[in-house]
Design a protein around this ligand. Structure first.
Ligand code: 3SL
Length: 232
């Protein structure tokens, strides 16, 4: 198996995803929300990049989730907090979601053979699943508005560590992620708290979301985009 890291959706055109597994990651917070939601009983999540498409789905019995620049968008049911997805009232619900970067990363991964949702919350399960599939992997990081970010890159390094001995790679982005993870894993939160996105989120008073998103292996699910474009 070969592994590459696409550090931002804006770089996705440089990667050939055909026949490969895209592991999409947006640690803060979109793919952490999706992992928590599916693990806690949300029945399906429909990711869309367009706000108005998402709004339209609310008339088709979807709970509407929308975030822009970290904040919930007016007129939607929920924003982008994992705790909203973990609410017992969400059990069995279908969610339509749009976020600033995470849903864009999913959309840009559409040519992949499989699209799976990665986060620290399901790190080991993603690693086992990817090992079992045996296909080449591109870790597609959501980043922030076209720029790479720290926390998604760290996930790439963490996943590489879990897959050690099972892959080959000549991708420097993966090497960079591994080197970074070696340092960061000793105290993950300490480094992530220095990131640009934590600074952005802090003004929204969502410290407990950040702590949750840093938890490793809280869940054993591997959410995957199905043929209908829903994450289940
Ligand atoms: O950009 C995204 O997709 C979001 O995950 C960002 S935020 O954590 O909701 O601010």
């Amino acid at each position: 198996m070969n592994i590459e890291v696409c550090a931002s959706p804006d770089l996705s055109g440089l990667f050939d995803l055909e026949g490969k597994v895209a592991v999409v990651v947006d640690i803060l917070r979109a793919t952490s929300c999706m992992t928590a939601g599916i693990a806690e009983g949300v029945s399906a999540i429909r990711p869309v990049s367009d706000l108005e498409v998402c709004r339209g789905l609310m008339s088709e019995d979807y709970v509407g989730a929308a975030e822009r620049n970290g904040a919930k968008v007016d007129g939607f049911d929920i924003g982008n907090s994992p705790f909203s997805y973990m609410d017992p009232e969400m059990k069995g619900a279908k969610v339509a979601v749009t976020t600033t970067n995470g849903t864009v990363a999913i959309e840009r991964s559409k040519s992949a053979e499989r699209i799976i949702i990665g986060s620290f919350l399901n790190l080991s399960s993603v690693a086992s699943y990817v090992r079992k599939l045996g296909l080449d992997v591109v870790i597609v990081c959501a980043g922030w508005k076209g720029r790479p970010n720290l926390e998604d890159t760290l996930f790439a390094g963490a996943l590489a560590e879990k897959l050690a001995g099972n892959y080959e790679s000549s991708c420097d982005s993966l090497l960079m992620a591994k080197v970074l993870w070696e340092k960061a894993k000793l105290d993950l939160s300490a480094l992530v708290y220095k990131s640009a996105h934590v600074a952005r989120l802090k003004r929204l008073n969502i410290g407990k979301d950040i702590e949750l998103c840093m938890e490793i292996d809280r869940y054993g699910v591997v959410p995957e985009v199905n043929a209908e474009g829903e994450i289940v």
